[in-house]
Write a new protein. Structure first.
Length: 129
């Protein structure tokens, strides 16, 4: 199967495991956002020195050794969290991130399925039409 095709199927988690799974996913998201913030602070320095148009920001980052091992989606995520206006780059702050609360009942991650069931699941359909 190629990377451009989808698998279809379903997944089911026991409700006992869902809370821990949900917290782990949110924690991983928040950790990733904080890592991007640190890299974005370095990126701002590079972008300010380059004085290039905003649309060439990713190419500027790729040229620096500190960003060589990152995937394109990570580079775009870094550029997207850096505030800019009229060609000027500003250092991002923690408040600029989309951090999710881990508290019980917080929104951001949803459960699919019957609420009276003993399991939580979802169905992944194929992408054909």
């Amino acid at each position: 199967m190629s990377c451009y095709e989808w698998e279809k199927g379903d997944f089911v988690l026991p409700t006992k495991c869902y809370s821990k799974f949900r917290q782990d996913v949110i924690k991983a998201w928040n950790d990733w956002q904080l890592q991007l913030l640190e890299k974005a602070k370095i990126a701002v320095e590079l972008l300010r020195k380059a004085k290039e148009p905003i649309h060439s920001a990713v190419e500027i980052l790729i040229s620096d050794y500190r960003f060589k091992n990152l995937q394109d989606c990570e580079l775009w995520a870094i550029v997207q969290i850096i505030p800019h206006k009229e060609g000027k780059w500003f250092v991002p702050k923690k408040q600029d991130l989309k951090l999710l609360p881990i508290s019980k009942g917080a929104t951001g991650v949803t459960a699919f399925g019957n609420h009276r069931s003993t399991s939580v699941g979802d169905v992944v359909v194929d992408n054909k039409g």
